[in-house]
Design a protein around this ligand. Sequence first.
Ligand code: 5RP
Length: 233
Amino acid sequence: MTQDELKTMVGQAALQYVVPGEIVGVGTGSTVNKFIAALAGMRDRIQGAVSSSNASTELLRAAGIPVFDCNNVGELAVYIDGADEIDGAGCMIKGGGAALTREKIVAAQARRFVCIADESKRVPVLGRFPLPVEVIPMAAERIRRQFAAGVGGTRGEATLRLKDGVPLVTDNGQHILDVRGLQIADPLAFESEVNQWPGVVTVGVFAHQRAQVCLLGTAAGVETLKFDPRNGS
Ligand code: 5RP
């Protein structure tokens, strides 16, 4: 099975977590795009979606699914999104698609985070994937130095993400640093610490907003991982 087929499989499997009559939280990325395609088939049975990026909003609207502003809706039953890495407790690295800030906002508004991913995303310790951090541009160089000096017993090399040779600008008008070489042994503590550095908008560790369920696409089918909500690291 190709990676694309695995993504299609988990995108379709996620429909079982969508609550009819409600508004669903929708993430961003190539796996979520498969979910949006599947969701189009049940658009008449949901009120609509809250979206985590301009890209997903465009796809949802093209599929005939109404998109609501976070501020105009209450708690969501479920948020469905992909991940760049997921560990054994449901903690994730996210932001490969630069949508981490809005992803975290929508995830925080949902009772349950269902992660959809192919099996290559499963890791024992977060950090092999370069950690995305959305930053206010004027703070980027100092934050780069802070990662080089070390945080939570690990250090990393941060580089500014470029697009077409210039700094990528997020949906929020900010920049992304990608941090290589980290080994994030305590994701909750790491997320809390980096979050309070001046100029950090969002760190791409999702430990406070970790997944409760992961639908993992494997050659043998969809494996459902359920995480203990009391276990955060
Ligand atoms: C976007 C994300 C994505 O969920 C993550 O990058 C996984 O993407 P894909 O499904 O394309 O592998 O965090 O900001």
